[in-house]
Every structure is written in C-alpha cells, then in structure tokens.
Design a protein around this ligand. Structure first.
Ligand code: ZN
Length: 230
C-alpha cells in the first residue's frame, strides 16, 4: 500500500479515536505524499484534515483546507460546510457582523503592511503592537463616522482595501529593510482567460464554483497573516 494511503488511514483512525492532534499529523503527511494526479484522494485528505484542524480550534486553517477541497472537486457537501463556518469575507465567521468587519479590516491592513516591507512576519513584538494599534485607531474612526452603514460586504471590502494607513517606518538595527522599500501594492485579481477583472461576487476563475471572495480571493484570517500564510 502507498505510504500516503497508510497515513490517510492512520489519520482517519486517530480522528475516530478523538485524537485530532495525531490525526492532523498523519493527514498532513498523507497530503504531502499523495500524488497530484489523484484529485479525488487529495480532496478526501483535505476534507478530513480540515475536520481535525477545526476540532483543534484552528478554524482559520481548517477553512484553508476546505477551500482547497472545494477547488479540487466541485460536488459534495463541502460548500455547505464552508458556508457554515465562513463569513462573506472568506474568513472564520464571528458571532457579530461588527467583529467580522473588524477582523477583515485588520487582516487587510496587516497583510498590506507586511507586503509593503517585503516580509511575512513582524521582526519584533513592539513593531507588531505599533501596527495593530494604528489599525485599531483607524477602525475606531471608521466606526465613529458611520461610513459602513448600509454597505454590503463587497462594498466594505472595497473600502477597507482603498483605505491606506500611513505607517511610520520602523528601522530595526541590522535589518536590510530601511526606508525606501516598495510601497504597499494591493493585489488585483484578473482572469487571464477572459482578461477581465474578477469581482468579489463573481464565480472564482479556478473553477471551484465558489464566489471569488470565498475562494482564491478570500481574506486570510489575522492568525494566518501573522503566521505568514497570506
Ligand atoms: Zn478559486
């Protein structure tokens, strides 16, 4: 039996024994070794890996796994599972819309800051605190002036992406990224087959059948951004 299949079975056994930690390890190994020519099997591994991660409380990473699932295979119960846990930004659903909005705003600004510095992680806790504080100040302002009232999620997303916070440059001794780095460019999604810009509510160009905003254009969660997964 192939190694990945052995790992998949071990993972499923661990899941049924209520050991999601061990299950996530086996399923991760299975995913790394499974040949890309087996989309149906990859789909299965991603589905269960997502379940293990969800049980471990890593909902953001679970959503990543389930989105990959949906990309691999359009049919199946995946879409319903995703919609249960994912909000309209493609992030982990929170108990209130206001928290969904704040998390999306924070994530968009955090990833923009890191991209503008050409890095995937903060160099120090102090740097991270400063950036998060600034983002929070802007958020308070946005809430206060009532700019979000009556806007759809897509409109809010556009507003969050348009809003540029000027972050002071932090120079860390001995680091190459001083002033003069590339300015924070935002990513524009284009379907190269139709050469058309993809709207948030359009069907994703990867063929998953999900709206772009829930698939390749989903906003990564703050925890994902902070661990370099964006
Ligand atoms: Zn997609």
């Amino acid at each position: 039996m192939s190694a990945w299949l052995v790992d998949l079975n071990r993972g499923l056994r661990s899941l049924s024994r209520h050991d999601p930690q061990q299950a996530a390890r086996w399923l991760g190994d299975a995913l790394r070794q499974c040949p890309t020519t087996r989309p149906a099997e990859l789909h299965r591994i991603c589905l269960y890996l997502g379940v293990a991660l969800k049980r471990l409380g890593h909902t953001e990473t679970a959503i990543r796994s389930w989105v990959s699932c949906q990309r691999l295979r359009k049919r199946g119960p995946m879409r319903r599972l995703l919609i249960r846990f994912m909000n309209q930004y493609g992030m982990e659903k929170q108990e209130r819309q206001e928290i969904d909005d704040w998390k999306a705003f924070a994530s968009i600004q955090l990833s923009r800051y890191l991209r503008s510095k050409n890095k995937r992680a903060f160099a120090t806790v102090a740097e991270q605190d400063m950036v998060v504080d600034l983002i929070r100040d802007h958020w308070r302002q946005i809430r206060k002036d009532g700019r979000l009232e009556g806007l759809s999620c897509a409109q809010k997303h556009e507003l969050f992406s348009r809003l540029r916070i000027v972050f002071p440059t932090v120079v860390i001794p001995g680091s190459p990224d001083g002033p003069g780095g590339t300015s924070g460019a935002s990513i524009i999604a284009v379907n190269f087959q139709s050469r058309r810009r993809v709207g948030l509510m359009d069907r994703c160009f990867c063929g998953s059948g999900l709206p772009f905003s829930l698939c390749c254009g989903r906003t990564p969660g703050c925890a994902e951004v902070l661990s370099g997964l964006f």
